[in-house]
Each structure stands twice: as C-alpha cells, then as structure tokens.
Design a binder for this molecule. Structure first.
Ligand SMILES: [Zn+2]
Length: 144
C-alpha cells in the first residue's frame, strides 16, 4: 500500500498589505510588488491536514516571483488552520464547548427533567399504554 503524503504551498495576497515599486531581480522589469502570505500545508492522501508554516513575501506583479524583502522585516504571519482537518476538529471542539457554556445542552436537560417531574411524560405514557391495550383487545376480539 502506498502512503501518499506531501506538502502544498499556497500564496495569497494580503488584504491591505504593503506594496512597493522595484526592479525585479528575476525578470528585470520595474514592477509593482505586493505583499502576499505563503501558507504551507501538510497533506495526507490529498487531504489538507495541518498548516505548519506561514510567512509574508513580496510578489512581482509581472513574473509572480516571490521575495523576502527588507520591508517585511519583523512581520509575523498569522498561522491559522482554516480549511484543514485540524481546523475542522478545532471548530467542532469550539462549537461543543460553546453549546455547553451557552446552556443549549443544559436547557435540553432542564426541559427533560421538568417534563418528567410535571407528569407530562407519565400522562403520555399512560395514554399510549391505554391505546395499545384497546388496540390489542380489538385485535383479540376480531380473531375469535
Ligand atoms: Zn519579476
């Protein structure tokens, strides 16, 4: 069996990011460079599992070559797990925690206990037992 693992690298523009007019060392053109974020993702069987590296680069508007330049010194890239398996698990854990903290589960338990204590459940069970008994008696009479 083949174990298919790999790394994917995505480059996306940073909204409101830096921009600079420079001569590109690669294509030689005077070009507008724009700030981008490079995100590296570990993949298993072509599924994005975990983002493990993020950095900012300046990308040439003409040839799309990325460079780490002096104006990016000290810029920390945000490493999030959006769109990965780890991110999905983190979201599920957060939603569960929120449901417990916000009382959705607690409310359901309180409603259930109230229904039991108020006798509503017992009443309904009694009715159901009564109806089942009636139905069985009718069926029994028919068979005779
Ligand atoms: Zn270029």
């Amino acid at each position: 069996m083949w174990l298919i693992i790999g790394d994917r690298s995505r480059t996306e523009p940073v909204p409101g990011g830096r921009s600079a007019q420079r001569t590109c060392p690669k294509c030689g053109a005077l070009s507008r460079f724009r700030e981008h974020r490079v995100l590296k993702t570990f993949r298993l069987y072509f599924i994005d599992v975990l983002n493990h590296d993020a950095r900012h680069v300046m990308v040439c508007g003409r040839c799309d070559t990325a460079f780490v330049t002096d104006e990016l010194a000290g810029t920390r890239a945000k490493l999030d797990q959006q769109g990965t398996v780890v991110g999905t698990l983190q979201d599920a854990a957060k939603r569960t925690r929120d449901a417990v903290e916000k009382g959705a589960i607690g409310d359901a338990l309180r409603k259930g206990r109230h229904a039991l204590e108020s006798g509503a459940v017992g009443e309904q069970l009694g009715d159901a037992v009564q109806q089942t008994g009636d139905a069985l008696r009718r069926l029994w009479k028919k068979r005779r």
